[in-house]
Design a protein around this ligand. Structure first.
Ligand code: NAG
Ligand code: NAG
Ligand code: NAG
Length: 433
């Protein structure tokens, strides 16, 4: 925390110098990791009938224990984030947001203390508009400063600001204003904006240059649901629009394709592995929304894969791209990593049988005359001495992936390059990064 005199100076300086630009808060240098209540627990506020699963402090205390004790926090899953439906239906007499007194009797400050004592960070939810999506008090333009102050006083570390019940104009004004208001509190608070999702997610309505100066991460597209269809629709949208979205991501500013639903009811084992691999290739935030009290060992193993997390958290923060999309329902994704390493994901949309896919690193536009050590991210198997020109085959299960981590072991290694997606029958057109 910055002493209040300093915070004031900063706020004034920002307001004078940068009327529309605010964010360089030094946060989220790698994609945020943690847990978010929404997809799994929604707006279940019926604590009489369902005390174990309703949105209440008990749920967050229990989930914080799991994050701290079951190996999540040490791997980087440090944010525990509240979503909608936490607050009382009315602001208090002073106009401040207050938590529902029956479901959060200890208050948010106590919850933050509990979370911090376990080495975790607390996220909260707000909505720029007259109401939240779930019908709770929203943050109008008049409330922005006070709500930022309230969250900071409570010890909150991350804010997701939704956009139900606000106009395009209010959003254009309110999202940057909240960035300035958060900054003015002096407390480091990661800022997640739903702004682009309400504007169709694409230029000209969305200006990603501006967004990256306002928000640490942003929801570009629809909410994820507990189904493979939902994962595929998100995947399709993000990679169809990769020319716009890919350059927007980087340390401190990330595209957010929404939560990981691994561990719930909608995905098979192979599909769960695919979501994890594809979100990692996208440099997506890893925000799990599942019941960590009852998660299966196989889902936990996918979410706790160390090499996967290392790749997701690569310090260069370059979002990957789809580089091959074939009519045979095979797609290949590439994400460049630090130290000339990279990751490849081979994804099959086939649903009938495993697919034997043969290619070479040369065909995937890796530098000529290089030699790689390859590690299969899921099996751990190592292939040494793979030359760019060697043909190789991978067997990809239905709706599944094979994911590789590649490190060059022999030069020449040229500066990394990104290739554009190869439409069927079209040549690859390399572009320099
Ligand atoms: C506020 O913004 C300034 C300038 O961009 C930055 O140096 C500072 O770290 C920010 N403070 C917080 C708490 O976000
Ligand atoms: C986005 O905003 C920036 C900064 O205001 C501006 O320079 C740029 O031209 C805008 N981009 C588009 C595509 O409108
Ligand atoms: C790899 O396969 C192609 C056919 O797709 C063939 O032309 C080439 O000679 C093979 N390369 C090696 C090193 O075997």
């Amino acid at each position: 925390m910055v002493p209040s005199g300093v915070a004031l100076t900063v706020a004034v300086a920002v307001a004078l110098a940068l009327p529309s630009v605010a964010l360089e808060n030094g946060l989220a240098r790698t994609p945020p990791m943690g847990w978010l209540a929404w997809e799994r627990f929604r707006c279940n506020v019926d604590c009489r009938a369902d005390p174990h699963n309703c949105i209440s402090e008990r749920l967050f205390f229990e989930m914080a224990d799991r994050l701290a004790e079951d190996g999540w926090r040490v791997l980087g899953y440090q944010y525990i984030n509240i979503d909608d439906c936490w607050s009382a239906k009315q602001r208090d007499a002073a106009g401040r947001l207050v938590p529902d007194p029956e479901r959060f009797p200890s208050g948010i400050r106590a919850l933050a203390d509990y979370v911090h004592a376990r080495g975790l960070k607390l996220g909260i939810y707000g909505d720029l508009g007259s109401l939240t999506c779930g019908g709770y008090p929203g943050t109008t333009l008049d409330d922005v400063k006070q709500d930022a102050q309230t969250f900071a006083e409570w010890g909150v570390d991350m804010l997701k600001l939704d956009g139900c019940y606000s106009s395009e104009h209010e959003q254009a004004k309110g999202y940057p204003e909240m960035a300035r208001a958060l900054n003015a509190t002096g407390r480091p608070i990661v800022y997640s904006c739903s702004w682009p999702a309400y504007q169709g997610g694409l230029p000209p309505k969305v200006n990603y240059t501006i967004l990256a100066e306002v928000c640490n991460l942003w929801r570009n597209y629809d909410d994820i649901q507990d189904s493979w269809d939902s994962v595929l629709s998100i995947l399709d949208w993000f990679f169809t629009n990769q020319d716009v979205l890919q350059p927007a991501a980087g340390p401190g500013h990330w595209n957010d394709p929404d939560m990981l639903i691994i561990g719930n009811f909608g995905l098979s084992y192979e599909q769960s592995r695919s979501q994890m691999a594809l979100w990692t290739v996208m440099a997506a935030p890893l925000l799990m929304s599942t019941d960590l009290r009852t998660i299966s060992p196989s889902a936990k193993e996918i979410l706790q894969n160390r090499l996967m997390i290392q790749i997701n958290q690569d310090p260069l923060g370059i979002q990957g791209r789809r580089i091959v999309k074939e009519k045979t329902l095979i797609e290949v994704f590439l994400r460049p990593l630090s130290q000339a390493a990279s990751t490849l994901v081979f994804f099959s949309r086939r649903t009938d049988m495993p697919f034997l896919y043969t290619t070479s690193l040369a065909k995937l536009h890796f530098p000529e005359d290089a030699v790689y050590e390859v590690q299969d991210v899921y099996s751990g198997k190592i292939i040494s001495g793979l030359k760019t020109g060697d043909n190789f085959s991978v067997v990809i299960n239905p709706s599944g992936v094979v994911m590789w981590y590649l490190r060059p072991t022999a030069l020449p290694v040229q500066p990394w390059h990104v290739v554009r997606e190869q439409a069927h029958g079209e040549g690859l057109r390399p572009i320099l990064l």
